[in-house]
Design a protein around this ligand. Structure first.
Ligand code: BG6
Length: 489
């Protein structure tokens, strides 16, 4: 049996996002966000995530006209807004010492471009963070988790517009000042690398506004540059508000394997991994790698930069690197002739050695170990796993119990691999499982795709009591935390 390498003081907990959990989409001054536009499509196709994420002008107009929540599950969430005290009590019972949440920008600045913040929104998060602290749980707060104000899309060009950098910087200054004594750990942009996978939710880019694919691509890179600058500015203001706090970047770790040892396949995998590293390279090293500058030149993409942009990116690099990990990918020079799998838009060649979830995500615990080791070797910065988990259909049995042994097996396998990475010397601050309580799915807006240790009685159409119930995995995770990762049985 391998020795337990989880360090003293390890942060154990779970993660949620405002737009998938809070509900209360239109109260106390909250503005519409890009998440409030996500329409639930009953014919969910795991083969075509693109269709799930896609938003055009027509769907934006329809969402603005629609004042109800029936087709817009993220407007309902799980009513965390009103039930957070009950939920935090359950997290405390599980032994959490950290909870990852996000601040809905639209509760603080409903349109994003106001002069003054909305006091009701500030009060809400003060109460939430205080409740967490009173229960011995550190808030780990994401500043932007797919929930920018919709107004910045309808009246600007999302993150392509330079003004949005200033609006975001102002939002950051306000929340850092407000919560400097309550929050120790911040994250800037959730999965900043999803700009190309789903540009609308990530950077507010409506692709059909651009005449062709090439100009849409250039616009997305421009928006990405603005987010890199904004991330650096957030880091700057965060440190100014309280030098004791730590701020991290957040990326999707997509480990890519070659189909076999054919040098061309190995080169393809190298390229994919390099591309996946672009986002952390910029935020950790403070500079664009040469390959992307070459690529922009070749494609004729000219990124508009202010004089001080590159210096800002260089000066204000992050304290730690956090990431989500759900799956690995495979590339092949013969991809056309291979069966494909598509997990949440990251499409690859099917890996015959890995099992797949009901949503087509290939489960690969060893990939988490190799990801941790390669990221640590690359950056030598503390790491934080802030998303990992399995989306599954949980069916209560005749007694209403949820025996989610498959979830326990999933986590056990991943924790064993984390332990092996720790043995290799990786510096890992903590682990927050994704959707520790069932929430609305980001990609499909389903409630039936569940990740939690806590079941929420609601269906895809918002029917149900919204009562909470512990699943079998609840007691298991409680035991894992109590033993600091030693007892995984
Ligand atoms: C990550 C997102 O990509 O994956 C989360 O940061 C999301 O917001 C999670 O919920 C799981 O994806 P999904 O589509 O199953 O909810």
């Amino acid at each position: 049996m391998t020795k337990n390498y989880f360090p003293e003081g390890f942060l154990w907990g779970g993660a949620i996002a405002a737009n998938q959990a809070e509900g209360a989409w239109d109260i106390e001054g909250k503005g519409l966000s890009v998440a409030d536009v996500a329409r639930f499509k009953p014919d969910v196709s795991v083969k075509d995530y693109q269709q799930q994420w896609h938003v055009d002008e027509q769907s934006i107009a329809a969402a603005i006209a629609e004042k109800g929540t029936a087709n817009y599950a993220k407007r309902r969430g799980i009513d965390f807004y009103n039930r957070y005290e009950e939920d935090i009590a359950l997290f405390k019972e599980m032994g959490f010492n950290v909870l990852r949440v996000s601040i809905a920008w639209t509760r603080i600045f409903p349109n994003g471009d106001e002069d003054q913040p909305n006091e009701a929104g500030l009060d809400y998060y003060r109460a939430l963070f205080t409740e967490l602290r009173d229960n011995g749980i550190e808030p780990l707060v994401t500043l932007s988790h797919y929930e920018m104000p919709l107004h910045l899309v309808t009246h600007y060009q999302g993150w392509v517009s330079r003004e949005v950098v200033d609006f975001f910087a102002k939002f950051c200054r306000v929340v850092f000042e407000e919560y400097k004594s309550l929050v120790t750990y911040w994250l800037t942009f959730n999965e900043i690398d999803s700009v190309f996978r789903h540009p609308f939710t990530t950077v507010g880019v409506v692709e059909e506004r651009y005449p062709d694919k090439a100009s849409a691509e250039a616009a997305i890179y421009q928006a990405l540059h603005h987010q890199f600058v904004a991330s650096a500015l957030a880091t700057k203001y965060c440190r100014k508000s309280n030098p004791q706090v730590q701020i991290g970047a957040m990326v999707t770790k997509l480990m890519t394997y070659p189909e076999n040892c054919h040098p061309e396949n190995v080169a393809l995998a190298e390229k994919a991994n390099r591309e996946n590293h672009l986002y952390s390279d910029v935020q950790v090293w403070g500079a664009y790698p040469q390959w992307i500058l070459n690529e922009w030149k070749e494609k004729g993409i000219e990124i508009q930069m202010e004089n001080w942009d590159l210096a800002t990116i260089k000066l204000y690099t992050v304290d730690f690197l956090s990431f989500s990990y759900y799956m690995s990918l495979v590339v092949s020079k013969d991809a056309d002739q291979r069966e494909k799998v598509s997990g949440n838009i990251a499409t690859g060649v099917k890996n015959p050695y890995l099992p797949m979830t009901e949503w087509g995500w290939q489960v690969d615990p060893i990939g988490l170990r190799t990801s941790l080791i390669s990221l640590y070797d690359r950056y030598r910065l503390p790491l934080f796993v802030v998303e990992n988990g399995i989306g599954a259909i949980d069916t209560p049995d005749a007694h209403g119990e949820i025996n989610d042994q498959y979830r326990i097996d999933y986590f056990k396998a991943h924790f064993e691999q984390i332990n092996l990475a720790l043995k290799e010397g990786v510096d890992l601050m903590g682990y927050t499982s994704w959707g520790c309580i069932d929430i609305v799915s980001a990609s499909t807006s389903q409630m039936s795709k569940r990740y939690g240790f806590i079941y929420v009685d609601a269906d895809d159409y918002g029917q149900g009591t919204y009562n909470r119930k512990k699943k079998k995995s609840f007691a298991w995770y409680q035991k894992v935390i109590a033993s600091n990762g030693a007892d995984l049985d």
